[in-house]
Design a protein around this ligand. Structure first.
Ligand code: ZN
Length: 347
């Protein structure tokens, strides 16, 4: 295997580093004849913490060819790690380990209440079976993903059920992510002690300090929510418009307030085409999050939350290299100079 070398200023601190690959690990031990891939500003790769590759439209089965192409798009954009909180089907064995894609964590198929979510996607066990189903999923892949609220006027999962889910999943060493876009769903998620709130639209900002204290992450999917707000503005008035334009209209403030409160906030795109995490970073910055914190949510802080260290000796050999500091020039995000995953150069 070719030995790769990267050199430059490593974020978050901007310290000068000079790293060499040793298989899938970084080392500071110089190796004669190593290939200098690039010099510049270094991140341990970007993270898309909410992406569902491998399906064009809700309800579609997982398409392996499309999955591969979507993962390539992530990697080309500098994404070396994704988390899929829900997939159309269980992924093939090469998911997360193939040379042409990022590392990946996933929650298998969504776990859903009857009558909610997209037809053809997810599992709908009886309410009493939800904790056991979630625990079985989390023991396989580390994550279970539940849809705890859905459309306007749909039932919200009772807090005691979600608490049982969290308890059983934690007992097998797993983590729970929940889809929530209603105030009551957000409150229940915090009360039940889940690990990650997805979207979190309409979440009461007063809950943010408690989320920070309990280590509950928020993946606001802000660019996507903002897009639906814009799509709904010209629609006729009604409860759904009030919900999306009202809650979604406050979502940028909520995202910035979450960062300010010390919540672990993660970038997630939740949309096609894949490889657009830069749009989410810009949405954070547009909402008033500093570029440094927006990049933290899209890189080192997200990796740390998902259990991977940054650019230090002994860490997994992932990196994305930019010509200039992406914090002062966000356009750098559109043109990474080089991407390395598992000690190999991508592309
Ligand atoms: Zn999603």
């Amino acid at each position: 295997m070719v030995i790769l070398r990267i050199r430059g200023y490593a974020l978050p601190d901007g310290d000068e580093v000079d790293l060499y690959t040793d298989g899938d690990r970084w080392t500071t031990d110089p190796v004669v004849g190593a290939e200098l891939v690039a010099e510049g500003w270094l991140l341990p790769g970007l993270v898309d913490a909410h992406t569902h590759p491998g399906a064009y439209a809700p309800g579609d089965r997982l398409d392996e060819k499309l999955l591969r192409a979507d993962l390539r798009d992530h990697l080309a954009a500098g994404v070396t790690l994704i988390r899929s909180p829900g997939l159309a089907d269980d992924p093939p064995d090469w998911f997360g380990v193939a040379d042409d894609g990022p590392r990946a964590q996933h929650a298998g198929r969504w776990i859903v209440q009857h009558g909610q979510f997209f037809d053809g996607w997810g599992r709908r066990p009886a309410v009493d079976d939800l904790p056991a189903t979630a625990a079985a999923q989390a023991s396989r892949t580390g994550w279970a993903k539940l849809i705890i609220d859905w459309d306007v006027d749909d039932d919200i999962l009772p807090v005691e059920v979600l608490r049982a889910v969290a308890t059983e999943v934690h007992a097998v060493g797993g983590r729970v992510a929940v889809h929530s876009q209603h105030a009551l769903g957000g409150a229940i998620a915090v009360e039940a002690g889940v690990d990650s709130i997805e979207h979190g639209m309409c979440l009461d900002p007063d809950l943010l300090p408690r989320m920070a204290e309990q280590g509950i992450a928020l993946t606001p999917t802000l660019a996507l929510v903002t897009k639906s707000v814009n799509a709904y503005r010209d629609r006729p008035d009604g409860p759904r418009k009030d919900w999306i334009v009202g809650g979604g209209g406050r979502h940028g403030h909520l995202t910035a307030a979450a960062v300010e409160a010390g919540v672990t906030v993660l970038t997630g795109t939740d949309s096609r085409p894949h490889g657009r995490v830069a749009d989410e970073i810009r949405a954070f910055v547009d909402a008033g999050v500093s570029p440094h914190e927006a990049l933290a949510a899209a890189s080192w802080a997200a990796r740390s939350y998902l259990g991977l260290p940054g650019l230090v000796a002994g860490a997994p050999a992932d990196a994305v290299i930019f010509d200039a500091d992406p914090r002062t020039d966000l356009a750098q995000l559109d043109r990474p100079r080089a991407v390395i995953v598992r000690g190999r150069r991508a592309g």
